[in-house]
Ligand binder design. Sequence first.
Ligand SMILES: *Cc1c(COP(=O)(O)O)cnc(C)c1O
Length: 420
Amino acid sequence: MQLETKCIHAGYTPKNTEPRVMPIVQSTTYVFDSTEDIGAVFDDPTKALIYSRFANPTVMAVEGKIAALEGGVGAMCTSSGQAATLMSVLNLCSAGDSIISTNQIYGGTYNLFSTTLKKLGIQCILLDCDADEKTIDEAFLPNTKAVFGETLANPALSVLDIKKWADAAHKHGVPLIIDNTFATPIHCRPFEFGADIVVHSTSKYMDGHALQVGGVVVDSGNFDWTNGNFPEFTEPDESYHGLTYTETYGKQAFIIKARMQLMRDFGCYPSAHSAFLLSIGIDTLAVRMERFCKNAQTAAEFLQASDKVESVSYPGLPTDKYYELGKKYLSGCSGVISITIKGGKQNAIRFMDALKLASNEVHVADIHTCVLHPASATHRQLTDEQLVAAGINPGQVRVSIGLEGIDDIIADLKQALDKI
Ligand SMILES: *Cc1c(COP(=O)(O)O)cnc(C)c1O
């Protein structure tokens, strides 16, 4: 199936007389004929559904759809993108372990890695996303369990050389986790370049309408968990009567372990209704992404030509630092543009407050054009040096181009730039 077709059909195939659309199965629990039947599912929860804290038919249909789009062996939805990132790391690391991440990542992920994981005893080593092979190689510690990066970074819009980072991770026997939120599987499938795990904030383009916060973890099924670095995968799990994930579930060991251990214990699972809305969003993902990119390309060219704008980061521009990497990894550069207004923070705020169609909001990547000032919002907690390291300038504005008519979007940007 082509991606457009998977968006609409993967994950749910109705049989004779069944509903066209996957219904909202709004139930916390499921009934069994006997105590013995329930007991069997407690030994192996993949055999049937027992409780909607970690599995529900409506959510599982969307999980199937996303796994198909990414080309993975399984997916697990979460109640937010943050929860997806956390689950992906906790499925690999315990206190005393470490991860390596690129610096150019979403502000919430930066907090999670540098503050909260540290409290749990997991150290994060941050590297520039353009670090060379030697620098990456030297950052590995004996306890490093994963490498993390974003395909198209929020808000720096840098493009990650996925293959380089995957090779480095594999050389040290650990997986590469990629946050593919901005590219979406329509414009990049990180597994094709060696990534092992993909996470998304589905709150962005997948939902697409700013309706619902959510996330997902996807497993490529390609990583060899029996390489000696991941005993939790190859030794009996006492909380499941001595079951061994790699032996019982083979290629799906990672994603089933995430559900059986982490989702069971943390319970950050979306509701059936949330999954229903997400599924409707993904139905049109391929068509929407095409128009987001087209509108953003026009807007990026307009902004680049303005004498009020110091610089524009958008990998679709031939002058962009990441144009070549973008051509290698992406079939579209999303609707998000990062611009730096001349005159720093003050002028950036003046521009933003003058916008009429575009709204000022803490969101990105949906049908409504919106803007955000990272230095005073999502990345507010960072020091000036950390801001620079994360690719963020005080005059920087993240412009998320929506699906309104492009002439209206440009007219709004123009009148606001004229007010500076
Ligand atoms: C928004 C975002 C997240 C966090 O997702 P939530 O759904 O807001 O928890 C993670 N990564 C990226 C790239 C994001 O844009």
